[in-house]
Design a binder for this molecule. Sequence first.
Ligand SMILES: O=C(O)C(=O)C[C@H](O)[C@@H](O)CO
Length: 256
Amino acid sequence: MEAPRNEFKHRLLAGETLDGLWLSLASPVASEALSLIGFDWLLFDTEHAPVDLGALQPLLQAAAAGPSSAVVRPAWNDKVLIKRALDIGAQTLLIPFVETAEEARAAVAATRYPPQGIRGVAGGTRASRFGLTSDYFEVANDQIAVLVQIETRAALERLEEIAAVPGVDGVFIGPSDLAASMGHLGRTGADEVQSVLRDTAALIRAVGKAPGILATNPTDARRYRDWGYQFVAGAVDLGLLLKGAQATLAEMRKAG
Ligand SMILES: O=C(O)C(=O)C[C@H](O)[C@@H](O)CO
C-alpha cells in the first residue's frame, strides 16, 4: 500500500483556487457530514476550538468519509504539537502566529524528517497507515504542506522574507488578529484593515507563494478571491449553525 499523497498541496501548487470551511465545532458527526458537501478543504482548529490532539484523530477519521482535504491548525508553532498532528495523519498544517522568517523555518523543520528537519520518527502511526505503507518515509517530507499564518503588524512588515522561506507553501492571513494588532479589535471590516488585506494577496503572490484567508461569509469570501486569495475559508461551522438556528426561530415566530 502506498502512503497517502497530499491532494491539497498538489492542487495549491498547480494554482487551483480552493474553497474551504473552518471547523470549530469539535464534532465527529459534523466533520463527517461536512466532508460530504464538496468543500476543497476543511480546517480543523485546535488553537481556538476545544480540541486537543486526542480529540483531533476522530475528527480526521470522520472527515475521511468525504473528498475534502484536511488542514490542521496546531495550537501554536511548536515542534511537539506539529509532530503529533503529523503522526495523527495531518499532511497540511496551518501554523499560527508566525512573525519572523526564523519562526517559519522552525515550523518547516518541525514537519520534515532528518536530514531536512527534526521530525521524530514513529513506525505505526495513522500517518503511515499504521506502518502498512511501503513508502511512507520516502515520500513523507514532500507530501507535507506548510501554511504560515500572519496575524500581526510586525509579521506584515516581514511578509516577503517569511513567505520566501523554502518549504512554506502558503501564507494565510488571520483577519481578526491582524485587525486587533492594527488597533481595530473586532472590526475586520475597518477600511484600514480591508485595504491591507487587499494589498497583501499580491505581495504574497509576488514571492511565488499561495495567499489564503478566512472569511466569515460568502460575500467576503468572493471579494477576497477577487483580490487574489487562492485558498479561502468561506465560513465557520459554528457560525453557520447559529445563523441557521436563528433564522429558523425567527421564521417560526413570524406572525401567521
Ligand atoms: O485572526 C484570525 O482571523 C484567526 O486566526 C481566526 C480566528 O482564530 C477565529 O476567527 C477562528 O474561529
